[in-house]
Design a protein around this ligand. Structure first.
Ligand code: WQD
Length: 335
């Protein structure tokens, strides 16, 4: 059993990865400032893990706290989820995004270096592909960014690559997420945005509960079969399992890797809306709205390399994603 530090481990992806890690026999330790996580997540995790995971409340920008944490634990690998991730907000707050996403990564890496911990799984994003020329997108596609969020993700990857080139002891699992959606099958943990969601599925969930009147479909004049944007939605439990495989590969081989985590199957906005309607048992209303600035028509992963290197394949369907989301939403409402 290895002790694994999850920065941002009380958040959406982090909490699901915490469960998958414990199920794989590892001991998760969570560091989170709860700026984007509900206070009761550790209690909910306790129901799934059988005991409450160790939680350190604080920021990855706090070098002194990190030093204490590494000095008192034998951390085998760090999984770094703690970052700001709202594309639209990053356009207004580029400096805050650089400070948190890049400054936080640098502070964490300095603490790891001092503690001689050299293995890290890094949350990256399909946003580093900018406007892709090839669909589905392979990992060696040209990279770029269309917003400050995407810049910080790409700059983080480049910092890690330089670090690994400077000292072979460093090994990084760089994972480029496509569109994570859904919730744990138990309905105990899920995506829990504080205010009106920017992302598609949590917004549709609010339409399904009646909190919002209808979905605004941002453009139906894209070069796609039904005219609406296409994305590669991946179940958050598949994503969490991919993280565990990445960690185990790092521990087994000491070799880093850079991988897409996606299904390889693109789905349109209207397809997702119809699938959610099947999950909640009614047709959900929508209106066609103008395109959203910064959106690209299609983002879809080529998942081949993750399958070859890790044996990773996303196995949950769009209907599974929607059903798990609806189960979480209705259970959360009952709290
Ligand atoms: C998906 C599709 C929209 C909302 C996001 C984050 C990014 C990354 C991946 C972390 C698009 C359409 C959406 C709505 C709509 N996360 N849409 N009406 O933009 O692909 O990327 O997830 O790395 O940070 O921005 O996801 O869910 O916002 O949009 O029509 O109310 O749904 O136009 O085609 P996106 P999204």
């Amino acid at each position: 059993m290895a002790t694994i530090l999850l920065t941002g481990g009380a958040g959406y992806i982090g909490s699901h990865t915490c469960v998958a890690l414990a199920q794989a026999g590892h001991r998760p330790v969570i560091l989170d400032d709860f700026s984007n996580a509900a206070e009761d997540v550790p209690d909910r995790l306790a129901h799934l893990l059988g005991s409450t995971p160790e939680v350190w409340r604080g920021s990855v920008l706090d070098a002194e706290l990190l030093a204490r944490l590494f000095a008192t634990h034998d951390i085998a690998v760090v999984m770094h989820f703690a970052a700001l991730k709202a594309v639209g907000v990053s356009m207004q707050r580029p400096l805050d995004y650089a400070r948190t996403n890049l400054g936080g990564l640098m502070t964490l890496l300095e603490a790891m270096r001092t503690a001689s911990v050299h293995r890290l799984v890094y949350s990256s994003s399909a946003m580093v592909y900018g406007l892709p020329e090839t669909i589905p997108i392979p990992e060696d596609a040209p990279t770029g960014f269309a917003n400050p969020y995407g810049y910080t993700k790409l700059a983080g990857e480049q910092l890690l690559e330089q670090l690994a080139a400077s000292d072979p002891r460093w090994a990084f699992g760089i994972l480029r997420y496509f569109n994570p959606v859904g919730a744990h099958a138990s309905g105990l943990i899920g995506e829990d945005p504080a205010d009106i969601p920017n992302n598609l599925m949590p917004y549709i969930a609010r339409v399904a509960t009646g909190e919002l009147p209808h979905l605004q479909v941002f453009g139906d004049d894209y070069p796609t079969p039904d005219g609406t944007g296409i994305r590669d939605y991946i179940h958050v439990e598949d994503l969490a399992e991919g993280h565990v495989l990445s960690l185990q590969s790092l521990m087994r081989t000491g070799q880093g890797h850079l991988l897409n985590l996606g299904t390889g199957q693109g789905r349109s906005v209207l397809e997702v809306l119809a699938a959610y309607g099947r999950a909640c048992g009614r047709t959900l209303p929508h209106v066609i709205a103008p395109r959203r600035p910064g959106d690209v028509p299609i983002l879809c992963a080529d998942p081949t390399r993750a399958a070859e290197l890790l044996g990773f394949r996303a196995r949950r369907s769009l209907d599974d994603m929607c059903a798990s989301s609806w189960r979480w939403i209705t259970r959360r409402q009952g709290d």
